[in-house]
Design a protein around this ligand. Structure first.
Ligand code: ADP
Length: 346
């Protein structure tokens, strides 16, 4: 079975072709700088430039960042699903419209091919109320859907599956903590194969110290920046999402660069990132009790020996199993296509 996985981001388009009968990657395409200087103007142009014959493919899987409270698992895309995803645009204004653009284009190109949407939030829909609610007036949840959704679910679920294989246990028997540490970063407490808490919240801004995002801060800083420093809402948004984290602290969002600089600022940035990770691991061990393994992934988790050693040597982690697993979100989406196909046959 041939599967195409489409990951349409705000300025990039990634497409991977798989032969899922053999779990094999056939082709990989990437177009960057869409609608930016030096790039093509639209996603449509980007897709055309790849000259992929979508009609020759059995199924197309799309990454969709936000599935809200509606999508608990992957679904076959129809007009109704497209409308539902559109309805979630205000919750993910940077991501969902781009994801939808990808869906619309491939539906036009290959109207007869089954297409499915795989959501980054779906894995976390198992979180209990006490984990996903914020301690705000309940009306903000009831009327405005303000709650923790969590992201990187495609990666965390892939890491769960791989951990089960490595540890030779059923997913339902596993208590693990998975860390996806890339430019964006999140950590997930998985109890008996289900996400029960995660560090990203209403948006991907909450939680760990990331490449350019602050992660957890006192929300009163936002009022202060506006009232006292004269920042507009959009400027504060930009500061916290694009100019903070490693970049804000050490002038680079790239951990490799930070490690090679070895300046007081770069050492501080690393220590702050590690301290936040340590606090979350501690919190999740408190939630889970016994933990079968702690799983490191994402560009940083997979490659940084320094980070791996430091995490292994946290006093709360010492003696526990630490696995390093290369994540593969596109393969996970392709597997979801296969799973849905098998479901519809049986
Ligand atoms: P994205 O979230 O954009 O997919 P990645 O998962 O590729 O990002 O992770 C990017 C991060 O991984 C960068 O901070 C990069 O410096 C870091 N990284 C990659 N290789 C190494 C390495 N060998 N040592 C330390 N950090 C690394």
């Amino acid at each position: 079975m041939r599967v195409a996985v489409v990951n349409a981001g705000s300025s990039s388009l990634k497409v991977k072709l798989y032969n899922m009968t053999q779990d094999k990657l056939l082709e990989s395409y990437l177009v960057e700088y869409i609608a930016q200087e030096g790039g093509v103007a639209t996603h449509k142009e980007a897709l055309e430039s790849l000259e992929i014959d979508f009609e020759s493919i059995d199924m197309i899987g799309h990454r969709v960042v936000h599935g809200g409270e509606y999508f608990h698992s992957s679904v076959e895309i129809d007009d109704e699903v497209v409308k539902k995803i559109e309805g979630l645009n205000p919750l993910a204004p940077l991501h969902n419209p781009a994801n939808l653009e990808g869906i619309k284009l491939t539906r036009e190109k290959a109207p007869n091919i089954k297409q499915i949407a795989v959501f980054d939030t779906a894995f976390h829909t198992t979180m209990p109320e006490e984990a996903y609610l914020y301690a705000l007036d309940y009306k903000f949840y009831e009327e405005h859907h303000i709650r923790r959704y969590g992201f990187h679910g495609i990666s965390h679920s892939y890491l769960l599956e791989q951990s089960a294989k490595i540890l030779k246990k059923e997913q339902e028997e596993l208590n693990i903590i998975t860390l996806h540490l890339g430019n964006g970063a999140s950590i997930c407490a998985i109890e008996r194969g289900k996400s029960i808490d995660t560090s990203m919240g209403f948006t991907p801004l909450e939680g760990l110290v990331m490449g350019t995002r602050s992660g957890d801060i006192d929300p009163a800083i936002v009022f202060y920046m506006q009232r006292e420093l004269g920042y507009s809402v959009d400027e504060v948004d930009k500061e916290l999402n694009k100019h903070s984290g490693l970049l804000g602290l050490a002038k680079s969002n790239d951990l490799r660069e930070i490690l090679s600089k070895n300046t007081p600022e770069s050492r501080l940035a690393l220590e702050m990132m590690l301290r936040r990770i340590k606090k979350y691991i501690g919190a999740y061990i408190a939630l889970l009790g016994d933990v079968d393994a702690i799983v490191l992934s994402g560009g940083i988790g997979e490659n940084s020996k320094i980070l791996q050693e430091r995490v292994k040597n946290f006093s709360i982690v010492k003696g526990k199993k630490v696995l390093v697993i290369k994540t593969d979100e596109e393969l996970q989406i392709a597997k979801e296509c296969l799973r849905l196909k098998e479901q519809s046959v049986s």
